[in-house]
Design a protein around this ligand. Sequence first.
Ligand code: GLN
Ligand code: ZN
Length: 756
Amino acid sequence: MKTSLIGYPRVGSLRELKFASEKYFKNEITIDELHRTGADLRANHWRRQQENGIDFIPSNDFSFYDGLLDTACLFNIIPDRYQALELNPLETYFALARGYQGAQGDVKALAMKKWFNTNYHYMVPEVDDSTTIRLAGTKLFDEFLEAKQHNITTKPVLIGAFTLLKLAKYTGVKQADDFVHETAEAYAAVLKRLSELGAEWVQLDEPKLVTDLSKDDLVLFSKLYSRILSSKGNVKVLVQTYFGDVRDCYQELQTLPFDGIGIDFVEGKQSLELVRQHGFSDDKVLFAGVINGKNIWRNKYKNTLALLQELNGQAKQLVISSSCSLLHVPYSLQHETTLSDENKRYFAFAEEKLREFAEIKAILAHANPNSTELYIQNEKLFDGTRFEGNETVQARTVTLTDADFTRLPAFAEREAIQNAKFKLPALPTTTIGSFPQTADVRANRFAFKKGDITEEQYKQFNFDKIAESIALQEEIGLDVLVHGEYERNDMVEYFGESLDGFIFTKNAWVQSYGTRCVKPPIVWGDISRSRPMTVEYSAYAKSLTNKPVKGMLTGPVTILNWSFPREDISLKDSALQIALAIRDEVLDLEANHIEIIQIDEAALREKLPLRQSDWQSEYLSWAIPAFRLVHSGVQADTQIHTHMCYSQFSDIIRDIDAMDADVITFEASRSDLAIIDAINACGFQTEVGPGVYDIHSPRIPSVDELKQGLLRMLDKIDVAKLWVNPDCGLKTRGVTETWESLRHLVQAAKEIRATL
Ligand code: GLN
Ligand code: ZN
């Protein structure tokens, strides 16, 4: 049986591409040096795949920023404002990705969005009425030829026409349908060229096919591919799906003249059933996604072999594939010097997954697979328990009752009690938690981690910072203060480190977007809290002021969504364990006179299933209760806030309200305030703080501008429910702009208050 990879990570095992790109952006290296880094990485990745006997090795999975942006550029989808800069192709590309400010002009970057149900983000192609979609670039062909020079005939990969047209944004009157003809021609031209160059296969990625499809979508898909496939020459076309199953278009896939269909048997809940029920066309190759492209755990060969054996009976030609691109997993265990061997036995990052391909292939080539040493070794990994169980935690989760998820008294009664207690002015002002993480803050943390300063010195620095920021917040006149989050630089690592049950890697970076990578902690055991995590800092801040100080925590769903979860227990069970640990912290804060506590759920939406029919049953039905479990134990006069980093929740607005927080703050300054209408329409009970200015930009908003924003919100939102705050935390902002903006924010609130 042959093996195929959908894509390989691209930033380099030590993030070489990130560092080279950032140097290039700062003019520290030349464009040629950047290209050389890219070429070295590609060569290295191809070689590793070749060493592991991968038969279908992808090319063009490499990208300097994002694969969908590469596809847009290949097809000339570059809005005029970027063309007008008259930069060279790579600089134009970076202008689309990051914006451009310089001698040639001033343009913002394209919009960026989450790539399906991952934490990877793609650049949204922008199609104008004047756009002509045509084959204009060469990257795809160049990388195919480059691999050939290394004596490897790759399978070039490209985002498919349907996904491209569905994910693009249309700025004029023309819509996807109006571009069908030219798009199909452009893809046909790609196939022709690849055929001339001697490519045997091309992979067209169509992840959009695993989402809910309408009749119109199916028509669009069929129209595109009838044309594209009608003149494919000698090159064989693999339509590659991932992140779910293709229940809405299985028949179309079988009927259209594709040569191969890539189906995800890991995340595709109905994939196997679809093949069983409808069979698989004899003239097509089934690329079976059986090696998980998203998790970091070893593959269980017993299950994979059973699945492959069944599929072998259904499809005449079968290829072993990953479930999706390995882009979503870290590179290699090779650089993990601090993980124990016992831990490492269970992990498979990208390189180790390549070895799994080779091993499965070898096992299958054997007359009696189950008797092979490789198989037996793998079986051993899975017997016995590998995870550190904690009986107390398990007992706590199983004895939970409805009461544990219900905060009493109900919202309206609490609201009255809290109003009477806090006596905040109308339009209370606050911030989202963090203040600028200036160089001294980072240097302090770094010095402590390296052992250059004592814990006492480290803490004292943070205490001084807190004192400084409390004084400033008081001086500016904010109503609800925060301590500033100087003890941490992100939302998960700090809590993961303070909780039992997580382990950490040194280099397990995963690309989030462009040059940004994240290093998610790994859930290794049952999660519990052995000691308070934030009480000391919050209590210190509170001791300095008579104003309320908000405690600041990350919620269970966000912690889980930004970690690599266990697979032996459900996400729900892991979320409940984390919720109980955070609940302990909430109650400790309350006992230490912290009367307002914010529990951030920045990533609540991240793992929302791709199909709407699964939203409740697979996700919201436990994610929302997990949040409620965190705060249901507090007194009526303790005020619970939550925060989300986006305003995209009109479609789950009732679920957000059902989190039963007292106040929610969220991003709103960059959106069209549609969320405000939705809040207005559904009778949202939670008080709201839609961000009044964008913290992603160093701009200082004027008092007038902020007042206008607030007045627009007041049109729709009852004044008794409205809070005034920025969009998100201020950790990435400079000091001057931060305090100046907040001064304006308080001033705007005061001026409007005076007119009420
Ligand atoms: N409290 C966090 C902060 O202010 C929230 C960050 C976030 O929403 N991403 O930094
Ligand atoms: Zn945020």
